[in-house]
Ligand binder design. Structure first.
Ligand code: NDP
Length: 328
């Protein structure tokens, strides 16, 4: 029998965790033939709630769930893990400035980076979902000098999936007809969903829609502000879709993206498309055998250039802020 894949999830007692753990345990991530061992990290006050979640995991009797371990000590929980899904983060509280938010998250992601550096398996792959995800990933990466930098990523797959869904609705196509979608930049309101390379049934999406005003004034803001719209409607944040996107991201990274298509992932920039080297920014990537590659050679028009630059500028400002705090 196959040895279980060890998957760490932080913030495991939170809303995203409540959806994510059951997807991983049921085989949605690595398939029905690969057993998984869950390693769940929480802050001490949330451990009791987490025990309740583990009771429910037990009660599902998932054939693919080999073992569950929980704890509040990152060095223990991350010991030997192959994948780390860093979901737990400090949300922005009332009156909190951006600097306070980055500092609070530095206090989470710097020690987690160090812990992964010392105890994770050699093949570790790290996905940051907790916001501000790109900069949290940068902090973790900077604190893990022995882990190859390409093993760190941040989630822009939910934005990617939202962009596909909105384009499908506009064009009357099925989501499966939409390919080559790209989210560029930061997982924030400045993110840029790019229709100039996306295709609907093999036709260029921007040409098919042929409406730049809709693109600028409706499509891009609808995708970027979807989280707020869901909070408004549901009275709670979009946890299930965030969990589903985290599964999509980690699965495609581990098992490979679809032939003839690409996905959006925030990864360390090598300077491609004018994104300063070292920033964790969203790109079109293909994945295979657990590695990713930024898709090269796409033409960037003026409309796209301005929007990519604006989002990347925000990432640079976040990097400057955390550097100033001594977190890098
Ligand atoms: P959620 O599970 O709803 O969200 C967790 C993180 O994911 C937040 O930073 C959130 O960002 C982010 N996120 C990314 N995409 C989305 C999306 N589409 N919708 C909503 N969130 C998104 O938060 P909870 O407060 O329910 O749970 C967080 C848990 O993390 C708590 O149980 C807490 O105890 C734990 N925690 C654990 C730590 C650890 O393990 N060391 C450290 C810190 C917290 P945003 O804030 O922008 O919504």
């Amino acid at each position: 029998s196959t040895a279980p894949v060890k998957v760490a999830v932080t913030g495991a007692a939170g809303q995203i965790g409540y959806s994510l753990l059951f997807r991983i345990a049921s085989g949605s991530l690595f398939g029905p033939d690969t057993p998984v061992e869950l390693r769940l990290l929480e802050i001490t006050p949330a451990l009791k709630a987490l025990e309740g979640v583990v009771m429910e995991l037990d009660d599902c009797a998932f054939p693919t769930l080999a073992k569950v371990e929980i704890g509040d000590n990152a060095e223990k929980v991350f010991d030997g893990v192959n994948h780390a899904l860093l979901v737990g983060a400090r949300p922005r509280g009332p009156g909190m400035e951006r600097g306070d938010l980055l500092e609070a998250n530095g206090g989470i992601f710097a020690p987690q980076g160090k812990a992964l550096n010392s105890v994770a398996a050699d093949d570790i792959r790290i996905t940051v979902t907790g916001n501000p995800a790109n900069t949290n990933a940068l902090i973790a990466m900077s604190n893990a000098p022995d882990i190859p930098q390409e093993r760190f990523s941040a989630l822009t797959r939910l934005d990617h999936n939202r962009a596909i869904s909105q384009l499908a609705a506009k064009t009357g196509a099925a989501v499966t007809d939409i390919t080559h979608m790209t989210i560029w930049g930061n997982h924030s309101a400045t993110q840029y969903p790019d229709l100039f390379h996306a295709e609907v049934g093999g036709r260029n999406a921007a040409e098919l829609v042929n409406d730049e005003a809709w693109l600028a004034d409706t499509y891009i803001p609808t995708v970027a502000k979807r989280g707020a719209a869901i909070i408004d409607a549901r009275g709670a944040s979009s946890a299930a879709s965030a969990a589903s996107a985290t599964v999509d991201h980690a699965r495609d990274w581990a098992l490979g993206s679809a032939a003839g298509d690409w996905v959006s992932m925030s990864v360390r920039s090598d300077g491609s498309y004018g994104v300063p080297e070292g920033l964790i920014s969203s790109f079109p990537v293909t994945t295979s055998n657990g590695d990713w590659q930024i898709v090269q050679g796409l033409e960037i028009n003026d409309f796209s250039r301005a929007r990519i630059d604006a989002s990347v500028k925000e990432l640079e400002e976040e990097r400057e802020a955390v550097r100033g705090l001594g977190l890098l």
